[in-house]
Design a protein around this ligand. Structure first.
Ligand SMILES: *[C@@H]1O[C@H](CO)[C@@H](O)[C@H](O)[C@H]1NC(C)=O
Ligand SMILES: *[C@@H]1O[C@H](CO)[C@@H](O)[C@H](O)[C@H]1NC(C)=O
Ligand SMILES: *[C@@H]1O[C@H](CO)[C@@H](O)[C@H](O)[C@H]1NC(C)=O
Ligand SMILES: *[C@@H]1O[C@H](CO)[C@@H](O)[C@H](O)[C@H]1NC(C)=O
Length: 190
């Protein structure tokens, strides 16, 4: 009786050890609710009009930050995604600003100096304010409302605009667990 229990325990342990080594390697990343994976970032449009300060606070309340645009690959991904996420919206707050550092822009969300600055036509108009939006010009020339791609524009931080929050995808791994009655899989943040 005892021996048969020991043997079945050994067999289960052996099977478990194999499953664990097999499944532990199964890792994946996912975005929080309401965020969409865009390249290596999770993004979410906030469609409520807010000042830059309010928009920044709103993102932080979600453990996120206003979006930063660090290179041309990120810009292209965001430009392609925006018309899907928020059709016909011309302007969104980013984390970019020159608050307290006139003429020098930083990405508030990463703390890094903004070296890649893809300005919209006629920008930067540094007298307009201290905060950066992603802005798209539009045209009715053909009789239809046509929106250009979004690029950076300087604006007054106290104006109201929609905004984009960003957060990094969270990494998970799948583990096989054993309780007194069953095997089950658990997704655990890593
Ligand atoms: C996601 O958005 C919906 C609708 O706006 C909202 O009710 C829900 O609370 C949001 N979920 C999270 C986790 O913020
Ligand atoms: C931004 O707008 C506010 C309110 O209209 C105004 O008082 C302030 O001078 C403006 N700031 C800049 C940099 O234009
Ligand atoms: C926006 O587009 C119009 C033509 O549709 C053009 O006249 C105007 O200069 C553009 N404005 C900017 C800021 O690019
Ligand atoms: C064991 O895990 C299964 C699957 O998650 C669950 O349905 C069951 O209630 C658990 N039993 C105990 C005793 O925790």
């Amino acid at each position: 009786m005892l021996w048969s229990k020991v043997i079945s325990f050994a067999l289960v342990s052996l099977a478990l050890a194999h499953l664990q080594t097999a499944l532990q390697e199964e890792s994946f990343s996912a975005c929080p609710a309401n965020f969409t994976q865009v390249g290596e970032k999770c993004l979410m449009v906030d469609s409520m009009w807010k000042t830059w300060y309010e928009a920044d606070r709103n993102c932080r309340s979600l453990s996120a930050g206003l979006v930063s645009v660090e290179n041309s690959v990120q810009l292209k991904l965001i430009q392609d995604w925006l018309p899907i996420a928020a059709q016909y919206t011309l302007e969104f707050w980013t984390s970019g600003n020159s608050l307290g550092s006139p003429g020098k822009y930083f990405w508030q969300n990463t703390g890094s100096s903004a070296t890649y600055l893809p300005w919209a036509t006629d920008q930067p108009k540094t007298d307009a304010g201290d905060c950066l939006t992603l802005y798209a010009n539009y045209s009715m020339a053909t009789g239809e409302f046509v929106i250009d791609v979004h690029r950076l524009r300087v604006n007054n931080c106290t104006l109201w605009a929609k905004s984009i929050c960003e957060i990094e995808p969270k990494a998970y791994k799948t583990l096989v667990c054993l309780n007194s009655s069953a095997f089950y899989e658990a997704q655990i943040p890593v």
